[in-house]
Design a protein around this ligand. Structure first.
Ligand code: ARG
Length: 600
């Protein structure tokens, strides 16, 4: 970008370090400058080597380097002295001090302010893609990932496990894209298995075309519940169901035609709800679409390895030597099961996508299942078998609404929306100013659900708590939305400062308050935070960043005034800073699949 290049040309040059992307995050340059200072004092080291050891500082220091990590011959504190003797403050680094084996550095505030805020502005408004790009990197360039997530079962309830997979999976799609990967997102529907034989039998008794058209998801679920009840007293129901499913597996068209309609109508309904959640899939696959060929080959191959046991026609694979127990691969009547479909499905997906990685976002309750089918693919010697990754997550308890136990996704969205709407209605005056309060309530409610879900490490269990997640206070989704709307209101509330001069003409040297520096430094860390989040596929890393940012903004709000600041140049610099904070908060929210609101 031209303006950043111009700014950099006025500063002392720093060397390039492999793996850094200063054009994506200028903090890299400050780190390199620090590495250079250390190399100047200890010429036996290289900038690359030292760069890796420049950590964020504690106790108010920007950066800290622990000298022992370089395994120097001699006393670390003597080397620290040597560095300080040579050190001259420059436009990158304001000060350096030693503390025993540590060297602490403060970066130059003026340089930091100017570079960071300009870079955010550039990468938000002047990108080739026309999309905001601050925070993204190119680490995954040229690589393709398949991400499978959500995966609800047709005719069964959409439980909180599916909700978590949906929320975390949609985030991972954004995260991989932000890291330069090509992403294929897949919804793998539970649209096959004996239960469809059961529904078919139930549909003959209880089905209604009209109800089905109205709400396929609900109607099929009702039918399923009713026929399950019948099956409790009438053993014949299950026998009929198994027969019916066998016909489906054998490709009997007369057994498949209804099922096809159920599937299609369910997908249509789901797609609407995913859309409200800001979730989209490249493909709706499903267990039904997995071919038989590979399922058979898998059994043959495992047979050769002496891992198959036959229990009167039922085929089991014995994975006990890997502590993964025994698992059924095929039933007596020859029909496939969940595990075999996953094996066949993975092979087909590799043939189709030639992925560099495939991610399954599935509850930790299925750890064993995933481990088993990954293992079987390894035993089959597929070279890509170790490119599969299970992203798991913990349990959620207590998801029910005021009406009772939650069964469908739309009930969750409705409940969140109505709770928020009630809260908004408490302030009639404010409510009247909002153009589409129903939409705002829904977005805020959905933000609440998503943030609650991604706040802690994904493997943790948590208790679903409407009151807490939908509160406007504390670290919640509604609070993030509120902070974003508040930052967005700065322009509306200070028209006398507009239009702002072009970014290069804003005097960012006037941002001298510690609270302002705190915000700007935090903004500068965002590209690195995205990389850290990617390393562990952790949404909580981004959520944590967003809250730390909003806290820094909150504490600056009363001291770093825009309205009421008599020096217009200063007021404009502050407005510029708060707007860039808004941009980065919005970027983090969008990465978390949340649509930031301008007003609420
Ligand atoms: N539909 C399954 C369930 O609800 C989850 C599917 C997970 N994905 C997979 N490839 N097994 O339990």
């Amino acid at each position: 970008s031209p303006s950043l290049t111009t700014l950099l040309s006025k500063l002392p040059q720093v060397p390039h370090v492999a793996g850094t992307e200063p054009e994506r995050g200028v903090l890299d340059l400050f780190r390199i400058a620090i590495a250079q200072v250390i190399v100047d004092g200890i010429p036996s080291l290289t900038v690359e080597q030292v760069y890796a050891g420049v950590d964020f500082g504690k106790k108010g220091n920007d950066f800290t380097v622990a000298l022992p990590r370089f395994k120097l011959k001699g006393k670390p504190d003597a080397f620290a002295k040597q560095v300080l003797e040579k050190f001259q403050p420059n436009e990158w680094i304001e000060s350096a001090v030693s503390e025993g084996i540590f060297l602490h550095f403060q970066v130059r505030t003026n340089t930091l302010n100017r570079l960071v805020l300009n870079q955010i502005h550039d990468l938000t408004y002047n990108t080739a893609s026309k999309e905001p790009e601050y925070g993204i990197n190119t680490s995954g360039k040229g690589k393709k990932v398949v991400i499978e997530y959500s995966a609800p079962n047709i005719a069964k309830s959409f439980h909180v496990g599916h909700l978590r997979s949906t929320i975390i999976g949609a985030f991972l799609v954004n995260l991989y894209k932000a890291c330069g990967w090509e992403v294929v997102s897949i919804n793998y529907l539970g649209d096959w298995g004996t239960q469809f034989g059961l529904i078919a039998v139930g549909f003959e008794k209880y089905g209604s075309k009209e109800e089905l058209e109205k709400d396929a998801i609900k109607h099929l679920f009702d039918v399923y519940v009713k026929i399950n009840k019948d099956a409790e007293t009438d053993p014949n129901v299950k026998v009929e169901a198994a027969k019916f499913f066998k016909r489906m597996e054998d490709g009997d068209e007369s057994a498949l035609s209804n099922w096809r309609v159920w599937r299609e109508l369910s997908i249509k309904k789901y797609a609407e709800e995913y859309d409200r959640l800001n979730v989209h899939f490249d493909e709706y696959l499903g267990e039904s679409l997995v071919g038989k060929e590979w399922q058979d080959k898998a059994i043959d191959r495992l047979n050769e390895m002496n891992l198959i046991e036959d229990h009167d026609g039922m085929k089991l694979v014995n994975l006990e030597q890997w502590n993964m127990g025994k698992a059924v691969l095929r039933k007596k009547d020859g029909t496939s099961i969940y595990l075999t479909r996953d094996i066949g499905g993975a092979i087909e997906r590799y043939e189709k996508y030639k992925f560099d990685k495939m991610v399954y976002v599935v509850s930790a309750q299925q750890d064993l299942h995933l481990a088993q089918f990954f293992k079987i693919l390894k035993l089959m010697e597929f070279p890509w078998a170790d490119k599969l990754e299970h992203i798991n997550y913990g349990l959620v308890t207590g998801m029910s609404t005021r009406k009772g136990t939650v069964v469908f996704l739309n009930e969750i969205i409705k409940e969140a929306t109505s709770v928020i709407y009630e809260k908004m209605s408490e302030n009639a005056e404010k409510l009247a100013q909002i153009e589409d309060p129903q939409y705002v309530a829904q977005e805020v409610g959905i933000s609440g659900i998503k943030i609650q879900d991604m706040s802690a490490k994904r493997i943790n269990n948590y208790a679903f708590n409407w009151q807490r997640m939908l509160s406007f206070e504390g670290d919640t989704g509604p609070y993030l939305q509120y902070q974003h709307a508040r930052l967005s209101s700065i322009e509306r509330k200070n028209p006398e400062l507009l239009p702002l001069p072009s970014p290069e003409e804003i005097n960012t040297d006037l941002l001298t308050e510690p609270a302002a520096r705190e915000i700007i430094f935090h903004l500068a860390t965002y590209p690195g935070v995205v990389r850290n989040s990617m390393e562990k596929s952790e949404p909580s890393t981004i959520v944590h960043f967003a809250f730390k940012l909003t806290h820094a903004i909150s504490s600056a709000w009363e001291y770093v005034l825009v309205k009421g600041e008599p020096d217009l140049e200063k007021a404009r610099a502050r407005m510029f800073m708060f707007l860039r904070a808004r941009d980065v908060l919005a970027a983090a929210m969008r990465l978390l699949t949340i649509r930031p609101l301008e007003r609420m």
